[in-house]
Structure formats: C-alpha cells, structure tokens
Design a protein around this ligand. Structure first.
Ligand SMILES: [Zn+2]
Length: 266
C-alpha cells in the first residue's frame, strides 16, 4: 500500500503527509495519529459525509495518494485532508494511545502555560467548546484555575475547536488523576496605597466564610476537601485537632473564616 504513492512528481509532498502536517508551524497542538487507527474504517464512521473529496483526502493522510490533479484540485484535497485529520484527531485523542501521546505533549508544555499570574505557569490543554466543526475555535484549559483561554498566537487561534472536542481535557484528568493540581484558595487582592479596596475585600470575606461553611457541610457528609494551602502548618494543627469537639468546630468556622485556618479533620 505504501508504495502506491506517486513517487515521481510529488514524493516529498505525498509521502509522510502526517509528518509534514505535525511539524508545520501552527500545528503544534496536534499529535500524530497512528497509521493503524487511520486505516481502521470503524474509526472513520460518518466522516465521509463531513469531508469533501473524502477518499482522496484519506489517501493523502495515509500516504497512498495517487492522482494527477491540477493545482486547484490538489489545493482542495489538501484542505479536505487537514479537515479530515482534525476530525479523526478529536476521536483519536480520547483513546488510550491518543491520551498517552497528548500527555507527553502536556508534560513538555507544548500547549503553552496559563497566563494567570497566580497559576504560576501551569501547563494548558487544548479543548473545544463544541464538537461540531466550524462552531468555535480551539481554547486552552488550565486545570489550576479551571478556566479557559484563547491561544496567544493567531495561527493557533484559527484552529477549529472540534479537532480537540469538548471531552478530551476532562477525559485526560479522569485517566490521569495525578495530573490534577491541588485546589488553591490564593487569589489576587486589589489594593489602593496598601489598603484593601472595600467591595472586593467584602466579597473575599464572604467567599472565605462561604468556603468554610461548605467545607464544614462536606465534612459532616464525610467528604474531605483539600487546598494547596492546607499543607502549610499542617503539623502544628494536628495535636490541636484531636481535642476539638464538634461544637468548637462550628464556632471556629463561623468566627475564624477570614484567617485562613483550616480544620483538616483527618
Ligand atoms: Zn490557570
């Protein structure tokens, strides 16, 4: 099958199409889809109606393209091949193999780092807000602040979000839960000449108190929640903990919310 490509005129162009695609500028978010995955028809179900010149596009992606086409047609087939690759990519990256490949890229920070200062350069994951093509462009998800961002570069900013899909990033953390960062209670505090600005400070106090109340409720329900900040001074709190009665806990939650002291309860 591999020998079928037109080796006289465009061998560099038609062979190793995926290598070329992956290494092209702007395509850094994509991983290479395995040959076996691409040649299993089951994995491509339904895509023949989604992609124009489907068979030619597939031939191009799998390096068996052999057609004497003029430049214009070639251009259209090339475009179709990129679209096909993207749509298969969305399916591939939620498979075990695909997740592992994307994990490698994630560890190398291939998708960039979170622009939020308090996230301290946490690596991002590409994702789509929609699974239907041409609906929205690719976004980047930060697991630390649990928010999504637009890519910095316009090359990345024009990639279809459906080439990554709306489930991939969540799937990644299901399969590799160790990747999930610890929750943090740190946040930015606006100040004027060193004094906390009143409205955000009032909101922050309310949030602190609400967080404590929620944690107390979760604890009563037998669920533990942890924040990255909990480990600070953990040792000291443990002894104190044992003598605390449940009524004392309630009091502490109501009265000591803003100080950031946490009852670890384990
Ligand atoms: Zn972030």
């Amino acid at each position: 099958m591999m020998e079928d490509f037109n080796s006289e005129t465009d061998s560099d162009y038609t062979s190793y199409w995926r290598d070329w695609f992956i290494s092209s500028r702007g395509n850094e978010y994509f991983c290479e889809i395995d040959e076996e995955y691409l040649t299993d028809r089951f994995n491509l179900t339904g895509l023949n109606t989604e992609v124009p010149y489907y068979q030619y596009a597939l031939d191009l992606v799998t390096d068996v393209f052999d057609l004497d086409a003029d430049d214009e047609l070639r251009e259209q087939i090339e475009k179709a091949a990129r679209h096909l690759y993207g749509l298969v990519h969305a399916r591939y990256i939620v498979t075990t193999r695909g997740l592992a490949k994307m994990l490698d890229k994630y560890k190398k920070c291939d998708f960039g780092k979170c622009p939020r200062v308090i996230c301290e350069g946490h690596p991002l994951l590409p994702m789509g807000q929609h699974d239907i093509p041409n609906t929205s462009t690719v976004r980047l998800y930060c697991a630390k602040c649990e928010d999504i961002y637009n890519p910095k570069s316009s090359r990345h900013g024009s990639i279809d979000g459906a080439y990554f899909g709306s489930s991939f990033h969540s799937m990644m953390f299901q399969v590799y839960p160790a990747l999930l960062p610890e929750k943090s209670i740190r946040r930015y505090e606006p100040r004027i000449f060193g004094f906390r600005v009143h409205a955000p400070a009032a909101l922050a106090r309310w949030q602190d108190q609400y967080r404590e109340e929620t944690r107390a409720r979760l604890r009563d329900a037998g669920m533990e929640t942890r924040f990255a900040e909990d480990s600070e001074g953990e040792e000291d709190e443990e002894d104190e903990e044992e003598i605390q009665t449940s009524s004392a806990r309630k009091e502490k939650v109501a009265g000591d919310a803003a100080s950031g002291r946490m009852d670890l309860g384990n």
